[in-house]
Structure formats: C-alpha cells, structure tokens
Design a protein around this ligand. Structure first.
Ligand SMILES: C=C(CC[C@@H](C)[C@H]1CC[C@H]2C3=CC[C@H]4[C@H](C)[C@@H](O)CC[C@]4(C)[C@H]3CC[C@]12C)C(C)C
Ligand SMILES: C[S@@+](CC[C@H](N)C(=O)[O-])C[C@H]1O[C@@H](n2cnc3c(N)ncnc32)[C@H](O)[C@@H]1O
Length: 364
C-alpha cells in the first residue's frame, strides 16, 4: 500500500474510533447530555481546575466545615461550586434525577427512580390545584415526575444557577413549563411567603445543610398549617462504628466527594423535625429489606466508568472538555466506591424517609 493511502486509512480509522468512543459510547444515559457537551456549570473553562482545587481543600475535612459559624456560612457557596463541577457529569452518566432508589426486580433504573419519586407525591396527597415545593431540586427530574403524576404545580429551589437553566430547559422540552417553576436561592432562607405551599419534599438535598434545623425551619414556615413535608435524608445508621477505621474512611469519603458538611445520625432527624415544630407522621429507612439494594446500580456501572474516564481524557486532550474534568471525574469514581461500601456494610443510607406534618393548629 502507498504510504499516502496508508496514512489516509490510518487517519480515517482513528477519526472513526474517536467518533465511536465520544459520540456513540459516550452518549448520555438519558438522552440530552452528551460527552462532547460536558461543561462545568457557570465556571469559565480556564477556572475549572482552580475551582476544583478550592472545593477539594474546603471539603477535605468535612466535619470541620460545620464547627464554626464562619466556615458553615461558606458551605452554600462551595456546594454551588460543587454542582458547577458535577452537574453535567451527573446528567451524562446518571440522568436527570440526582438520587438513588431501591432496585426493583425486573424493572429498569429509570422505572425504579420514577417509583421512588411518585411515592413522594402519593404520600403528600398532591393533586391538581396544589402548589408543592421541591427543596433542592437539581435539574428537575423528580419535579417533572411528580408534576406529571399528580397534576400539582411544583416550585423547585436550587442554589446553583446552572441547574436552574438546565431544569427550565428540560421543563420546556417536556411540555411541563406551565406546571413547573424553578427558582435560584438558598433553602435556608427561601424567597417564599409564609404558609404558601400545600406540600413540600426534599430528595437527597438537605444533607448539604450544615444545620438541618435551618432548612426544616424554613420548610415549616412556608407550609400551610396541617400540610405535609416528605424528606429522603442521607444518614449514618446504627451499624456505623466510630472506632472502626474502615467505617470512618467510607463515611469521610462520602462526605468529601458529595459536598457534605458532616453526615447526620439517623436518630437525629426526627428530633430536629420536632424541635422546629413538626409532628412526625412516619419514619422509615427505605434502604432496609424488603427493599433491594440501591447501590447495585453503582456497582454495575464499573465498566461504564472506565469507558467514561477514557472519554473525558480524550476530550480533554482534544481540548473539547476543559482542564480539570479528569480530576472531577476521578473524584466521583472514588466517591462511588465509598458509597458502595457504605451500602454494602449497611452503615449508610441515602433514603431515610421522614413524613412530617405542620400542626393544623400552628399559627400562620
Ligand atoms: C445526592 C447526591 C448525589 C447522588 C448521586 C446522584 C451521585 C453520587 C455519586 C455520583 C456518581 C459517581 C460516579 C460517576 C462516574 C464515575 C461517571 O463516569 C458517571 C457519573 C457517576 C456515575 C456519578 C453519577 C451521580 C452519582 C451516582 C449527593 C451529592 C448529595
Ligand atoms: C443531590 S442534588 C438532588 C437534586 C434533586 N432533589 C434530585 O433528586 O434530582 C442536591 C440539590 O440540593 C441543592 N442544594 C444544596 N444546598 C442548597 C442550598 N443551600 N439551597 C438550595 N439548594 C441547595 C443542590 O443545588 C442540588 O440541586
């Protein structure tokens, strides 16, 4: 073969390989986000690496972030940075719902996710005419499922501006923008009137609050008397032993890689709810049997992570993805190992459910 023909053939083969790897293999789990569209939220390309370094040094010792008021006050800003760094990777590799759900026999992850979300709507008794609050709404996967299932109007709040734009775009695409509204703000000081919601829920979001009282207090304020709040909380379970180095390392790894200012114990949740005025209607760890493991989806994804890791390296090399994405992806890969261990050992649950009521007699 002529050298020129050989070079052309090699070039074409190489281009085909890159195309297959990035556009086909790197396609989003849920259509909408492709590997080539990986941005880092509202961070400009040249600042990604710096922002990641700042995030990492702040959350390296997660428990310390909530010990002084000064560092606790900085948590929302670093959580915002975290979601600028991870939102696109989450959408690309997980979908539009940023949470776990118990596996369902013979059903897809997508179905299991939806069932876990619709459960919230059913518990709240959400229906057409109701205005429901989504506390920490991400890019709105749960919001759309709950609005479609119940017919209620849903208002979501997130600290991250980039997520607000993604959520609004998804709402429009799903034809749910008349029913779903998204607001940028801090759930510890919400821009909503007192007693203005018929129901509220939070799915794996309040774990980012340094003090749970601050967010529960706000939800209590904006709920109408007699109405319900359902929350899926991230907690350590009674199986966690603070004197077991393996347990400590797993929980520390979960906190570090998920922007958490210290995980709470399961038995703290109900008393904090009561402290701000809620009645506890139900409390149940949805991760416990008969539920099937929530972490199998993480374990099964191992092959996909290696492929994704190669995809982000190739994209960074080609300067399609900004510098720093490889490090963020590595951090998430490590976090997935800690989460899996937390699930397998039973020391951690991402779905400790509480159903809370604002007393009907509460003053408006
Ligand atoms: C509630 C929170 C987020 C929970 C989960 C949605 C995410 C926790 C860890 C994330 C992931 C880990 C590994 C990534 C993988 C390396 C990459 O190739 C594709 C995306 C991941 C699977 C990513 C997806 C989302 C998570 C499962 C916290 C923040 C409170
Ligand atoms: C893991 S995501 C879960 C999102 C959504 N509930 C879901 O299940 O798809 C956590 C969400 O909480 C939001 N959040 C964290 N701290 C916040 C704060 N102080 N105020 C408002 N939103 C916050 C994040 O921006 C993100 O949208």
């Amino acid at each position: 073969m002529e050298p020129a023909t050989m070079a052309w053939t090699a070039g074409l083969l190489g281009a085909g390989l890159v195309y297959w790897f990035v556009w086909v293999m790197g396609a989003a789990e849920v259509k909408g986000k492709r590997a080539v569209d990986l941005k880092m939220g509202s961070i400009t390309r040249d600042k990604v690496q710096d922002k990641y370094t700042q995030y990492w040094s702040f959350f390296r010792r997660p428990k310390e972030t909530a010990t002084t008021q000064a560092s606790a006050d900085k948590v929302p800003a670093f959580v915002d940075t975290f979601y600028n760094l991870v939102t696109d990777i989450y959408e690309w590799g997980w979908g539009q719902s940023f949470h776990f759900s118990p596996s369902l026999p013979g059903r897809s992850h997508r179905d299991a996710t939806r069932v876990h979300e619709e459960r919230v709507a059913d518990l709240l008794g959400a229906e057409p005419g109701h205005r429901v609050l989504d506390v920490g709404c991400g890019v709105g996967g749960p919001m759309r499922a709950i609005a479609a299932h119940s017919g209620a109007r849903v208002v979501g709040i997130t600290i991250n501006e980039y997520q607000v734009n993604r959520a609004r775009a998804h709402n429009r695409k799903a034809g749910l923008d008349a029913q779903c509204e998204v607001v940028c703000g801090n759930f510890m000081a919400m821009p909503f009137d007192d007693a203005s919601f018929d129901g509220a829920y939070s799915i794996e979001a309040t774990c980012h609050a340094p003090r749970l009282q601050d967010v529960y207090g706000e939800v209590y304020r904006v709920l109408k008397p007699g109405r319900l709040y359902v929350s899926y909380e991230w907690v350590t379970t009674p199986l966690y032993r603070a004197d077991d180095p393996a347990h400590v390392e797993a929980i520390h790894g979960i906190e570090r890689g998920d922007a958490l200012p210290g995980l709470r114990r399961q038995d703290e949740i109900a008393s904090i709810a009561q402290e701000v005025g809620f009645e506890v209607v139900q409390e149940l760890d949805l991760a416990l049997p008969p539920s099937l493991p929530w972490w199998t989806r993480l374990k099964m994804g191992r092959l996909a992570y290696w492929r994704n890791s190669l995809v982000v390296r190739v994209l960074t090399l080609l300067r399609i993805a900004p510098k720093g994405v490889v490090e963020v992806h590595e951090m998430l890969y490590e976090t997935a190992q800690h989460l899996t261990l937390g699930g397998e050992t039973g020391i951690f649950s991402p779905m400790h459910m509480v159903v809370l009521r604002k007393p009907a007699t509460a003053a408006e």
